[in-house]
Design a protein. Structure first.
Length: 318
């Protein structure tokens, strides 16, 4: 049964805290998504940092494309020289981004989902709306995150956040919105495949395998992530590469637009074929499997805890 809990927070509807027929309130569902995202962010940061460096070192000092194997070795050299600082680079903005990025994205996603009667398991329409409407909030955080790692090879340490913000302020903060166009496509693929597709596939695998074998939720989630991730990475890797090209050049210098970034990828492809377009794809698939699994396991754990709390206190009856 629903609980009639009143909201004392301005601009927040009373209904946001009411437990729905799914066993969770919108507030609890959003908190579970944010908790799963924070858990995933901390755990997968070293892989995220390494993948960016592999894509970033696609050019030499003269601006010419280099072989993907050379770029990979340069990224490994950075991690060997500075293992701790490289692994933790960008984790601060990413954790801050759990609030600034995820609240708008998950807020729209779950708000639309509850409006459509889908509860905490959103569909593709909600995912599409979330991808488009949340992009302006997400992009500045992603820009800061990538700028922190952009000059690691030269300095050996992350670029301070305040320095990035001062450089952006000199240009009215417009550099923080570099890469918004490819981000929208990236975010759409992430939402439809990662937030909608993976849970539905996991549910199907649970029905087909989990009930007939000893596989639990974590194992079936890992299988579902392993199936979804290659598709996700093939779709998003070129978009991620465009973001890296547009967001890692100097803020003080001339910006690289989406068309110029596409031309740079085309030059890379002309010299190195598909390896030029899909730099970092192998590590990207590994990252996607780990990230999706960690996110959904963290989310499920918090949702189960909230649902148990609601049942115990009489807010919901199974």
């Amino acid at each position: 049964m629903a609980a009639s809990q009143k909201s004392s927070i301005p601009f927040v509807s009373d209904d946001f805290f009411v437990v729905k027929k799914s066993g969770l309130s919108q507030c609890q569902a959003l908190t579970a998504y944010l908790g799963g995202s924070a858990f995933q962010t901390v755990m997968d940061n070293p892989v995220t940092a390494y993948r960016q460096l592999v894509q970033q070192y696609a050019k030499d000092a003269a601006g010419k494309p280099v072989d993907p194997r050379v770029a990979s070795e340069e990224a490994k050299a950075v991690f060997r020289a500075h293992p701790v600082s490289a692994s933790l680079s960008g984790v601060g903005p990413r954790l801050i981004g759990v609030g600034f990025k995820r609240i708008p994205k998950f807020g729209v996603l779950l708000g639309m989902s509850f409006f459509l009667g889908e509860g905490e398991n959103p569909g593709f329409l909600a995912a599409t709306a979330a991808s488009i409407l949340s992009a302006p909030f997400i992009n500045p955080i992603r820009m800061i995150e990538k700028q922190q790692r952009a000059f690691f090879k030269q300095t050996g340490h992350p670029k301070p956040i305040m320095e990035i913000l001062r450089e952006s302020a000199a240009k009215n903060f417009t550099p923080l919105f570099r890469g918004t166009i490819p981000l929208m496509g990236h975010s759409l693929a992430s939402a439809t495949l990662g937030l909608v597709g993976q849970p539905r596939l996991q549910k199907y695998i649970q029905q087909e395998l989990g009930d007939k074998t000893s596989l639990g939720r974590a194992a079936t989630g890992l299988v579902a992530s392993a199936v979804v991730s290659p598709i996700y990475v093939v779709v998003t890797n070129p978009l991620s590469r465009l973001e890296v090209i547009m967001q890692t050049n100097s803020i003080a210098g001339k910006s690289i637009g989406a068309i110029e970034a596409v031309r740079e990828m085309a030059r890379d492809s002309a010299q190195f074929g598909l390896r030029g377009i899909f730099r970092g794809q192998g590590i990207g698939i590994f990252k996607a499997v780990i990230s999706l699994t960690l996110f959904h396991e963290g989310r499920h754990w918090m949702q189960d805890a909230f649902k148990a709390y609601n049942i115990k206190n009489g807010y919901f009856e199974e």
